[in-house]
Design a protein around this ligand. Structure first.
Ligand SMILES: [Zn+2]
Length: 122
């Protein structure tokens, strides 16, 4: 397989136990070690509710962000385990500006819920 970050070819060992398993890793072991995902949290008070922003990286990354979709879905699952039917907004890049804050306050007022935002970088 070709690593989607470093573009080098890598292999994984097949045994009888894993012969028919689907290989879902698209990143080589070396890149996996270099890219550690520490999900960060920002809690922003709104008028009567709050916005919770989870983000993966502090700066823009120059590889395909879909590589981290598994982590994204795990985070959505975790949020939904706390309480079902949450408002979860997904962004590649989320920067809190005055206009964005106004829009988020509208969403929180309309839904009367905590607004969760998940973004790759903030
Ligand atoms: Zn690699």
């Amino acid at each position: 397989m070709r690593c989607l970050i470093c573009q080098k070819t890598f292999y994984f060992k097949r045994t009888l136990k894993n012969l028919f398993d689907l290989q879902e890793d698209l990143i080589c072991d070396k890149c996996k070690k270099e890219i550690s995902i520490n999900i960060k949290v920002q809690i922003i008070p709104l008028d009567n509710r709050k916005l919770i922003n989870f983000y993966f990286f502090d700066q823009k990354m120059f590889y395909d962000l879909d590589l981290f979709s598994n982590e994204m879905y795990q985070l959505i699952d975790t949020i939904n385990k706390i309480k079902e039917n949450n408002i979860i907004l997904l962004y590649d890049f989320f920067k809190l500006t005055e206009n964005v804050l106004k829009e988020m306050e509208k969403v929180a007022t309309l839904t009367d819920e905590i607004v969760y935002v998940i973004s790759y970088f903030a």
